[in-house]
Design a protein around this ligand. Sequence first.
Ligand SMILES: [Cu+2]
Length: 714
Amino acid sequence: MNSELFFAISEHNLTVVGTDGTYTKPLVTNYLMITPGQTMDVLITTNQTPSYYYMAIRQFVTIDPSIPDFTNMTATAILQYRGNYTPPASPSLPTTLPTFYQLDAGYNFTSKLRSLASPEHPANVPQNVTTRMFITASINLVSYTFEGIIVNHIASTLNNISFMDPSSSILDAYYRHISGVYTTDFPDDPPSFFDFTGEDDLPSAITKPATKVKVLNYNETLEIVFQGTNLLLSAEDHPVHLHGFTFFVVGMGFGNFDPVADPKGYNLVDPPEQNTVRVPKNGWVAIRLRVDNPASWFEGDVNLLVQEALLQNSTSSTPVSDAYTINGQPGDFAACSNGTTYRLLVDYGKTYLLRIVNAIMNSETFFAISGHNLTVVGTDGTYTKPFVTSFIMITPGQTMDVLVTMDQAPSYYYMAARQFVSENPEVPDFDDSNVTAIIQYRGNYTPPAAPSFPANLPAYHQLGVAYSFLSQFRSLASPEHPVNVPLDITTRMYITVAMNSVVYEDEGTTGTYIASSLNNISFLNPEMDVLQAYYRHVGGVYTTDFPDHPSYYFNFTGYDMPSDVTMQATKVKVLNYNESAEIIFQGTNVQYTPEDHPLHLHGYTFYVIGSGYGVFDNETDPQGFNLVDPPERNTVTVPQNGWVALRFVANNPGVWLWHCHLDRHLTLGMDTVFIVKDGGTPETSILPPPAYMPPCQDPSPIVLEDFSDSVKAW
Ligand SMILES: [Cu+2]
């Protein structure tokens, strides 16, 4: 929050190669100084005698040494070589770590940083400046009157203006032309010039708060010289951070900035590009940037969308998304992203591990890379037998570990993803955008006019392709990674998964809301969470009669559907410790809106022992169960109008949510809870709640004092 830091590793040099997301000329150093808000990319070569070595940090203190108030501890971590050797009695501390007050060490390090300034990573330093600002950074005082007495408060300023937070956001006020929120007269110079870094004749430190901002025209080139001051004799470093931009740090020095002499020493060739820069104690720093980033806006208000999505009493589905993203970018096919598309730089011949996470709220997804095969080696944190595929299908909540060998002609290749739509093709409402990122080979070659698009990326509605992909998963089932599929089942559940509706009455009229259900129960969120109610034996929160079977049987995947009305209730399923559970999830055609449901269980992984189309046949289908090497997952797709079978041992006591990972279905009630009872020993029992639970006042009748026993237990 509040400290600049020194960092070093005992006996090892550091090679700084980047800072604040921008490459630097590699800089070899035996320590570094980093300010709050900064990031640094550092290479180390582990070329010392195999042993333990401390990496250590301590505060870089720029306030006056007579002020005793700082954290004078040294934090350590250990660099530990693998191999056979006798560990040292204790690791060695880095002797190169500067002491707290070494101003010159902080200055020397930052003054050595340079941009890469290569043809691939040019430094486009503005050479002509259209707006110049000279800004003093000071610690000041504001005066206020309290019961007739004048009191001074500590304050900080830029050009003697202490920024006052406005009552509403400036972005909103600017965009909607709301006046009275801010004024546009932030000054380009301080109100008076004096010997800013001297010790005598300092002016009054009294300042006034105000909400003054600086307005710039698009594409202006801006130079700012930040001048540290000794006001109140409390000079120190100020790491100044600018949102929305990086800037070039063209100069830095001690004392007062000299507008004639100092610019002659500016580095306009390869200055470091940063987003946070320290104004040195009693010194100055000069930055330049091009103002080419107007404020960014989203297509809609994310908070409003979430509120809308969480409405229990809704008659509509979620709004269709505007775009999908890979590492934050929609990619080349979206105007807002073209140019900032995510790129993965690769070397020919190397094999890369991609850890792919579906972090989408509401869509299963196809993913492929042009010209390259994918080798799946793990999913949901468990190894799989490696299998080669030209695409993957991944559901919300799932992760997949995929190896890719860069064995194609050096060029640019798209990786791309699009929605896998398991709803009927007549349902028009889905996001048909294609998100792209680029695999870019390093080396000398002529880049293609456009990267090639993966021809193997399935089309939106290719159900068969998606399910045949899923059928290829197998556990590793090796001696090191065995599978332990339960064979003697003590609890069997057959659970129908459906989209439904609930009936409501409002001022005499009857209507229906959309809902989702498991065994025709749409989960009703309780007032108090089930975990607390279970642990504290609070009655009336939930009932334990979640059914093991649907209330009646029909042709679940046929075309003669019963009433789609469901009931809302907080029903949970209780399992004894170590029970062996088998669950068949049965997709249904209720409401004639069948689709996939990626079901996710908290607290467990489970074996997916079988899957199929249509209605599960409890005589023939179990004969095809894979009990030898079934995949182990924590999220599994119930196929559209099909079924999936899973098994697990209930050996993790506690209260565990399970739910459809299409978040809209979760909020509509496609979820419930497993309570797994204690096993009779401390090791097999649920842990008491931490002392800080519940974290804040909510409708719960439980107060913190109730947890005094668990505090003692800890
Ligand atoms: Cu669902």
